[in-house]
Design a protein around this ligand. Structure first.
Ligand code: ADP
Ligand code: ZN
Ligand code: ZN
Length: 696
């Protein structure tokens, strides 16, 4: 029994690097969560190692104050250590991610039971007799408003009162619950896919699989069967979904199939609910965890399967420190646990296609063809909607319209002098939101009143350019439809989707949120407005995003017996990503895209690491970025791009460097070292640095 516990305090201060040594109380092991004296205060820490001996003098080696009752599975401690290195972060920050929700406790309530002792002395009143008889015949029960009376019986030794934990039940909101019932008979495609999955599940070291199935091909049914099979083998399951508020259907389908074996973990739960779900998983009362990216840290031992639904979705990337990618973490965790990683999508990432063995579902379950897609050339058209699109919308009972831009118009300027309204803190144009009469910055949240006249020349004539979802909502309502708008300005997306589902007719209009995995059989028309909006981003993933967006939106239409069709409005009708999406040609797109990436040495043919320096002054940023550049020196097999200036954000000037590396670990180490060295230069105290491995 090594007597020393190595404890990593969970703090966000980068300078404070553990682990620190403490005496090890009985029962404390790797993963134990402790409160330890640290300097002049007490902090929470996690035991990350044990040792026979400490470097500390005996009188400095002290005992923890308390051992908390929620310990971490040791494999999560190891995973956090790996993450800290992999993403140039600190062990403390990584441990904070895998730890149970802070500050929450079990909810306790009083329970009463009869002790079996006979009353002596004073006879019982009629009411007391009734209370006691109830407890004796019906067993222990929660105290309900009769605490005082029960206390008097407790004082006489006849009744015992005790605190028990009560579970806070999480409701799995049911969208699509109408499909509950016996599992369907698998299609031939599904049966073949499941056989491939089973083969991996029964092997000692499962090889990850990519389930590439067209929209509506029944991928979820494969996840359900794989989960059932894993549970039967006595192992646990994690199901990762993009955004739980937008994909409640998959949660309710799992809940229908597995009932209370399911726990959900996501940020919309109260701290108490999260605590209870976490504890149920930790105690093996629940064995399947569903949630967005952070559910990859669910405390499940004997993990047998991780499902990554809609694996192309950008929400798997975390934007705080550590900037982890749940897909990459899931792959690592699955490998360590000898669990199967089952990623699925209709539009998988080129990276996944390159790295994983693919299993195909080529047809929809009902053998319905995918809806025909028509490209609408907008180069000669002035309005937001082409006349053909308007006609189709008038005729459709239910339609989904995608425009990946919030607000009314995307920028506002003065007709006389050309003055454009910009964010005071960022170098970007303000977007008009007409409903609340404000101009808003979509980068920092700055808002201001819509101007009545130009501040530069005094003109009253202000021009609005471009259309966003709010404007489109208005135009579509003009066609006589009930319109449901879904974008980041909507408070409760789940409720809005349920209203759209229940409505006999109407149009769902919104940003990429409308293209998530929704399954509404009565939608017969899909429209993409400005399909090349995503193509105009200067990013090597622009093609991939555009293809995925168009293909996913197409997948929402024509899922019922009525069939359907899709219109794609674009200024670049010949763009390969748009043409491939219109032909439902994922393989053709992936083939071309992988060739392009190989030629340009982009992932999966290299690893990217992005370093961003920010400061209030442009000169300071430039100097800091140059210092990092010098610190990087020459990295074997890698190319360093930049420093290049980025637009000002939240009042801070920014510059970035990008490392394109053949060998990942060495480049990550070099980036970490160069940033640490630059950060210790006290003449640049206003500068912040961030390192993003695999930036999105
Ligand atoms: P995907 O996730 O591939 O888009 P889903 O899993 O949502 O597809 O399946 C689409 C619909 O088909 C769902 O309503 C599902 O219940 C149903 N379904 C799945 N498999 C079968 C099957 N073998 N037979 C009949 N219906 C099925
Ligand atoms: Zn002006
Ligand atoms: Zn701003």
């Amino acid at each position: 029994m090594p007597p020393v516990a190595k404890v990593e305090p969970i703090t966000t201060a980068r300078a404070l690097r553990g682990p620190f040594d403490y005496l090890r109380p009985d029962g404390v092991d790797i993963g134990s969560v402790l409160v330890v004296p640290f300097g002049h205060r007490d902090v929470v820490g996690v035991v990350v190692g044990l040792a026979d001996r400490s470097e500390l003098p005996d009188d400095r080696l002290v005992a923890p104050r308390r051992v908390l009752d929620h310990d971490l599975p040791p494999e999560l401690v190891a995973l956090a250590g790996w993450m800290a290195d992999e993403y140039c972060s600190t062990p403390a920050r990584a441990l904070a991610l895998v730890s149970p929700p802070p500050g929450a406790r079990a909810k306790l309530s009083w329970w009463a039971r009869a002790t079996g002792q006979e009353p002596t002395g004073r006879p019982l009143s009629e009411r007391q007799r009734a209370l006691l008889d109830g407890l004796a015949t019906e067993g222990p029960r929660p105290v309900a408003g009769d605490l005082a009376a029960l206390r008097r019986l407790e004082a006489r030794g006849i009744v015992a009162l005790e605190r028990r934990a009560v579970r806070r039940h999480v409701l799995h909101e049911a969208v699509g619950a109408r499909r509950a019932g016996p599992p369907p008979t698998l299609t031939a495609d599904q049966a073949a896919a499941l056989a491939a999955v089973e083969a991996q599940l029964s092997g000692p070291t499962p090889e990850p699989l990519l389930l590439h199935g067209v929209t509506g091909s029944g991928k979820t049914e494969i996840y359900l069967r794989a989960a059932a099979s894993t549970l039967q083998r006595g192992r646990g399951v994690i199901v990762l979904v993009p955004e739980i508020g937008l994909t409640p259907q998959i949660v309710s389908r799992f809940a229908d199939r597995f009932g209370d074996t399911i726990a959900v973990l996501h940020s919309k739960l109260s701290a108490g609910e999260r605590h209870d779900e976490w504890t149920r998983l930790r105690r093996r009362e629940a064995r399947v965890c569903i949630g967005p990216r952070s559910a990859v840290f669910a405390p499940i031992e004997d993990l047998g399967l991780i499902v990554l639904d809609e694996e192309h979705d950008a929400s798997y990337k975390h934007e705080g420190d550590p900037r982890y990618d749940a897909r990459h973490v899931a792959a690592r965790r699955a490998e360590r646990a000898a669990a199967l990683l089952l990623a699925g999508s209709a539009t998988p990432r080129p990276e996944s296609v390159h790295a994983l063995r693919r299993v195909h579902l080529r047809t929809r379950v009902d053998s319905q063809p995918l809806p025909p897609v028509q490209i609408v050339d907008m180069r000669e058209c002035a309005g937001a909607l082409h006349p053909d699109t308007s006609h189709a919308l008038v005729d459709a009972r239910k339609a989904i319209v995608l425009l990946n831009r919030r607000g009314w118009s995307n920028f506002v300027d003065c007709r006389s002098c050309g003055h454009a309204w910009m964010c005071p803190d960022c170098d970007v144009a303000l977007v008009l939101h007409r409903a609340d009469n404000r101009l808003a910055c979509h980068h920092c949240g700055h808002r201001e009143r819509v101007p009545e006249r130009c501040g530069t020349c005094g003109s009253m004539s202000v021009a609005r350019h471009g259309a966003g979802t709010e404007r489109l909502e208005h135009d579509l309502a003009g066609l006589g439809h009930e319109v449901f708008r879904l974008d980041a300005d909507v408070a409760d997306p789940g409720a809005l989707l349920r209203r759209f589902e229940a409505a006999p007719r109407g149009i769902l209009v919104g940003t990429q949120m409308v293209a998530k995995g929704h399954d509404f059989p009565d939608v017969t028309l899909g429209v993409v407005v400005d399909a090349d909006g995503t193509l105009r981003f200067p990013d090597f993933r622009a093609e991939e995003r555009t293809f995925a967006l168009v293909a996913q939106l197409a997948g929402r239409a024509g899922r019922g017996p009525g069939g359907g069709r899709v219109l794609v409005q674009t200024l670049s009708p010949d763009a390969p990503s748009i043409v491939a999406a219109a032909h439902h040609d994922a393989d053709g797109f992936l083939h071309g895209e992988l060739a392009r990436r190989e030629a340009l040495r982009y992932p999966p043919y290299s690893h990217l690491i992005r370093i961003v320096c920010t400061a209030p002054e442009r000169d300071a940023v430039g100097a800091a970025a140059q210092a990092v550049r010098a610190g990087l020196g020459e990295i074997a097999g890698a190319q360093v791009l930049g420093p290049a200036p980025l637009f000002k954000l939240r009042g801070r000037e920014r510059a970035q460097l990008v490392i394109k590396a053949g060998e990942r670990a060495a480049a990550v180490r070099a980036a970490g070292a160069a940033v640490s060295a630059a950060a210790t230069d006290r003449s640049r105290r206003d500068v912040t640095y961030s390192v993003d491995v695999d930036p999105q």
